[in-house]
Design a protein around this ligand. Structure first.
Ligand code: FES
Length: 94
């Protein structure tokens, strides 16, 4: 799957790779304090293109994101899996 991290890097990763795993594979820095366990929310990303080509939110993802962020279409990089080409926006956190 082709994935572009706007302004930070891009590349191709296997189908069903999480956005966080893709960032690691492509050496794109992406904050993930809880190590990908869906508890911290620091891996939150925006989706500029291809939101419909990600796996559906499951489990605690929407709760950890918060209602407003979830409604805006943000995703947790450790939970969202790439099922087609996607353009990801990594927020500037700190
Ligand atoms: S890395 Fe903590 S929620 Fe994704």
């Amino acid at each position: 799957m082709r994935v572009i991290f706007e302004g930070r890097g891009e590349g191709t990763v296997p189908y069903d790779t999480t956005i966080l795993q893709a960032a690691r594979l492509l050496d794109v820095p992406l904050t993930h304090y809880c190590g990908g366990n869906c508890t911290c929310g620091t891996c939150r990303v925006g989706i500029a293109e291809g939101a419909d080509r990600l796996s559906e939110p499951r489990g605690n993802e929407q709760m950890v994101l918060g209602e407003q962020r979830a409604r805006q279409g943000d995703r947790l990089a450790c939970q969202a899996r790439l099922q087609g080409p996607v353009v990801v926006k990594i927020p500037d956190w700190f």
